[in-house]
Design a protein around this ligand. Structure first.
Ligand code: ADP
Length: 174
């Protein structure tokens, strides 16, 4: 089994995925919001907000886990991406992917899907962000068997093409 066999690329709504966990691009207050965060909370139902309030918050680059409630996904991993300020945010975006993957591994979750963290309202350039995402996932796969597979769930054809190109740069043709 190569890293390429463990990577999936889909264009679609992450809230519809029947999977062990989806990752949410949350904010530090875990207070919900727009974009993918809003979509996940709407689909999961109000219990997700209660669970987030109990946790209280999450610093940028870190990740926390809740149940998925009304989502098809069994769990939600909430990670807080950095807002783009011009170039010094790469490491903290990498932390989001690494810490989310480590949580999935700790809880023995076989299948995990990421949205494109920080590239919406937070303004991180997509090409730069997806190279970081892919590099972190490949690095995790080289050291760990869990999660068994990771889906990059892109929202729309342009983002999906950017991921496809970045995967091809790493030798993965999906
Ligand atoms: P951030 O604040 O981290 O930039 P956003 O939610 O604004 O978070 O955007 C992150 C990415 O999630 C963007 O690429 C956006 O197009 C995408 N997105 C928005 N809604 C969904 C959804 N339902 N499923 C998957 N991706 C989504």
């Amino acid at each position: 089994m190569t890293a390429g066999d463990r990577i999936r690329l889909v264009d679609g709504d992450i809230t519809t995925l029947d999977i062990d966990a989806i990752v949410n691009a949350a904010n530090e207050a875990l207070a919900g919001g727009g974009g993918v965060d809003g979509a996940i909370h709407r689909s999961a139902g109000p219990e997700l907000m209660v669970a987030c309030r109990e946790i209280g918050g999450c610093p940028t680059g870190q990740a926390v886990i809740t149940r998925g409630f009304n989502l098809k996904a069994r769990h939600v991993i909430h990670t807080v991406g950095p807002a783009w300020r011009g170039g010094d945010e790469d490491r903290r975006l990498a932390d989001c992917y690494r810490n989310s993957l480590m949580l999935a591994q700790r809880d023995d979750l076989a299948t995990l899907a990421f949205p494109s963290i920080s590239t919406g309202v937070y303004g991180f350039p997509i090409k730069r962000a997806c190279r970081i995402a892919i590099r972190e996932v490949i690095g995790h796969f080289s050291r760990h068997d869990t999660p068994h597979s990771v889906t990059f769930c892109c929202f729309g054809a342009p983002d999906t093409e950017r991921y496809r190109e970045a995967l091809a740069e790493e030798g993965f043709f999906l």
